[in-house]
Ligand binder design. Sequence first.
Ligand SMILES: Nc1nc2c(c(=O)[nH]1)N[C@@H](CN(C=O)c1ccc(C(=O)N[C@@H](CCC(=O)O)C(=O)O)cc1)CN2
Length: 302
Amino acid sequence: MRAPWAGSAQVLDGTATAAAIKAELAQRVRALGERGVRPGLGTILVGEDPGSVRYVAGKHTDCTEVGITSIREDLPASATQAEVVAAIDRLNADPACTGYIVQLPLPAGVDASAVLERIDPDKDADGLHPTNLGRLVLRGSGPIDSPLPCTPRGCIELMTRHGIDLAGANVCVVGRGVTVGRSIGLLLGRKEVNATVDVCHTGTADLAGHVRRADIVISAAGSPGIITAEMVAPGAVVLDVGVSRVVDPDTGKARIAGDVADGVDEVASWLSPNPGGVGPMTRALLLANVVEAAERATGIRA
Ligand SMILES: Nc1nc2c(c(=O)[nH]1)N[C@@H](CN(C=O)c1ccc(C(=O)N[C@@H](CCC(=O)O)C(=O)O)cc1)CN2
């Protein structure tokens, strides 16, 4: 496949990898159906942020593709904390909804931590409930019988399915947001993965120095072009997770900008495009969490 950039880095193709995962999941959904079980994914979307609207729409399209029921709770941007909590309580009580997510970010004025804590941990399709994050902290090796955060899981699957060995690798994560930076180190540092992780953020004194020492750079800062070619060690693997909306000065149109600057493709060995890299993987691993929860509830999965 030809890379969408001019350099020599190979493409970590999230679109194709996510399609392969969805095909595997569709088979498992059929097996659940033979036992009379149909998984159902719910989404709670508050407001009309165009990015969030598109991501949620994509999640429902994915559900249709793999045979999962999808349930929507769309609330206006003016929704109060009590209205968001009421939507959560409805999905907690709905037997057709076996897992659900609250699309982040929430509008200012809604307390995201309180909202995430209200989710029934057994229906937490994002793996962001404190009980499930706590299990990840407690269980540093061996199987985990609870959902894992989707984007961190997607990053790891994207690399391993392209044959990248993580054992012993020095990984530099840039960003400390709730969906990626704060939990990805917990997954990468598990005994089965065995990577060593450095988490950088806006308070890091020498970001370039940290990035330069890394075999793998995972940037989820949401800061366009923060990772430059000069910072990246030759041959490093680079995952561009950050998403910012910018107006292209040439076309005047809004477009997605990642964290990775032009030219990184000249030094990296592997690079994830953005879009087309980690985004589709996040969606595929969300479906995996839903299917696995249904398998656990049915006794198919230990
Ligand atoms: N509850 C959650 N909220 C958010 C999460 C999350 O994991 N759980 N992560 C991000 C957004 N996100 C998931 O919801 C997400 C981001 C990107 C994509 C995606 O498929 N992107 C496409 C481009 C799509 C487009 O912009 O048209 C790509 O990269 O190719 C899916 C999901 C914040 N919120």
